[in-house]
Write a protein that binds this ligand. Sequence first.
Ligand SMILES: NC(=O)c1ccc[n+]([C@@H]2O[C@H](COP(=O)([O-])OP(=O)(O)OC[C@H]3O[C@@H](n4cnc5c(N)ncnc54)[C@H](OP(=O)(O)O)[C@@H]3O)[C@@H](O)[C@H]2O)c1
Length: 269
Amino acid sequence: MEIRALGKSGIHVPVVGMGTWRTFDVSGMAAEKNARLIVNAAFEAGARLFDSSPMYGEAERLLGLSLEGRRDEALIATKIWAHALAEGQRQIERALVFFGGRVDVYQIHNLVSWREHLPVLEDLRTRGTVGAIGATHYSASAFGELRRVIETGRVSVIQIPYNPFERDVEREILPLAAERRIGVIVMRPFAEGRLMRSSPSAHELAPLRPFGVTTWAQALIKWVLSDERCHVTIPATSRPERMRENAGAGSPPWFDAEARAYVSRLAIA
Ligand SMILES: NC(=O)c1ccc[n+]([C@@H]2O[C@H](COP(=O)([O-])OP(=O)(O)OC[C@H]3O[C@@H](n4cnc5c(N)ncnc54)[C@H](OP(=O)(O)O)[C@@H]3O)[C@@H](O)[C@H]2O)c1
């Protein structure tokens, strides 16, 4: 598994991490046991950046539980998702309990009230409670505002969607991120699972074998990570064996332009 610096944040991340939207918004003993198995599979496979948010219901709590005894091995990227400062403060207090008193990358979810939350996060970063500050948005309609946030120079990480179905970030966001040495976390490498509804045949995947890719999920992850402007991607899964499969795409050789174009064609076929 390759490790890359998350832009100028100085945080070194394995290139495959894990998301928790929906997959960790579950409760009950069986769900908790499964969450631990997924996290253990992630660690075994070398993936140790975990993304969450208070927007994802039980996810932060369950992730914290699943990391019991291993928090130091993990990098936590979670979020504030609040219109009001007081609610943001409550979310921070809860997250610090779940994650052993620190958050490695604290992001402003969907840019909600970002001007209000930035000073709070900057204060926490000064005190060493937060490693890096980020901003996220899932929709191309908000990329103009995301651009303005990047241009303030006050965030060192962004989280954006990027996959063969959603390429809007190629126009302005990725070039700007590269110019400013912003760390890029890629959400939705499978377009929320839409790209997994049908998989190319083994025959169609065969040309990708020299790149170490044996499954469609690995092809899509490698498609993202072969863009040098992207540092880590965070596929979500509810199955431990898929966590291992996804992490398997986190090492060179990376796709060249021709292999990337081939995967794009397979995706839209
Ligand atoms: N900031 C934001 O606005 C925002 C928005 C969306 C997402 N995110 C973050 O990004 C993360 C990832 O995005 P996402 O969860 O929307 O979508 P995704 O990772 O693109 O896709 C997840 C789906 O892919 C399936 N999957 C995972 N690995 C697979 C494999 N090897 N083979 C076949 N299917 C596989 C999962 O099903 P199974 O569970 O059955 O494996 C799940 O349904 C989220 O969990 C969240 O942390 C952030």
